[in-house]
Write a protein that binds this ligand. Structure first.
Ligand code: ARG
Length: 278
């Protein structure tokens, strides 16, 4: 007997990206970064361009913000802010090497007019540590802490956005942002690697998301969880073949992309993309 899986429906999205024109690995702020390594910028731009085209081909709108010299990690646009229904909670970076990125993101939203931008008091790295599930509790923010985003920012984002926040504790330094350990697949479903989280958090995730696609260490190390999904298509790192198969079995359509150069900075697909929820 063939047991059918739920039919997954895509929803059109608007994204923000920033080209890796000035990408280098000159400092180390996560375990993936080796300042001795050389980076092929041309290849990085080529792979990034393919990612942008993939999103456009899937029918999404992609805005591109101007890269800035001296800010090599700006390609990881997910970290610049977190928006829900027209309200933007700005980022405040943990490390001084990245702090200037926040103002460039703020300027992007200011130009767009329709956004209400709220400057943060607490340290937080935008969508690197915040995921959003519009279909749970009238809009649920999943919020990571432990390495970058301060727990106090979870309380702040709840007040700014008026949405419930579920705090999740990260404990493995290789998975220093929530978006390398967990991803939203649609409005209410997630995929995650339990080993990246503290035991009480694992229990919370098990109880809250019995329908989650559970990933293993190999999936996580291949940056598979650093994916972006429109509800049907899950665009993910091509090395994450194991997770791609699990997603397919759950009814999603994996769309693999190669991002080997950016992996040297400790990031992949999701890190390069901020979702603009207008
Ligand atoms: N080198 C960057 C950092 O350590 C990578 C950020 C990756 N971004 C992400 N959303 N996980 O800050």
């Amino acid at each position: 007997m063939i047991v059918g899986v739920a039919e997954r429906k895509p929803r059109k999205r608007t994204y923000l990206m920033c080209a890796p024109e000035f990408f280098t690995v000159g400092y180390a702020i996560n375990p993936w970064m080796d300042p001795g390594t050389t980076v092929d910028v041309e290849l990085a731009v080529k792979q990034w361009t393919r990612l942008r085209e993939t999103l456009v081909d899937l029918g999404h709108t992609v805005h591109v913000m101007q890269a800035q010299p001296g800010l090599p990690d700006m390609v990881f646009a997910a970290n610049g802010a977190f928006s829900v229904e027209g309200v933007v909670y700005g980022a405040r970076f943990r490390h001084p090497q990245r702090s200037a990125e926040a103002d460039h993101h703020k300027a992007f939203y200011a130009e767009q007019k329709s956004w209400r931008f709220v400057a943060p008091t607490e340290v937080n790295e935008g969508e690197g540590d915040f995921a959003y599930l519009p279909g749970r509790l009238g809009g649920l923010v999943l919020a990571g802490h432990g390495f970058r985003t301060d727990l106090r920012a979870h309380a702040e984002v709840q007040v700014v956005l008026g949405r419930a926040v579920l705090s999740l504790q990260l404990t493995d330094p290789r998975f220093y942002h929530l978006d390398v350990a967990l991803a939203a697949l649609d409005d209410h479903t997630i995929t995650y690697y339990p080993g990246a989280f503290a035991e009480p958090t694992r229990q919370i995730l098990r109880n809250a998301f019995p329908d989650a696609v559970v990933a293993d260490e190999e999936d996580a190390l291949a940056f598979g969880l650093n994916l972006i999904s429109d509800g049907k298509h899950a665009v993910l790192n091509s090395e994450a073949t194991g997770l791609a198969a699990k997603l397919r079995a759950a009814g999603y359509e994996p769309v693999p992309v190669e991002l080997s150069e950016l992996k040297k900075g400790g990031g992949s697909v999701r890190c390069c993309i901020a979702e603009l929820r207008g």
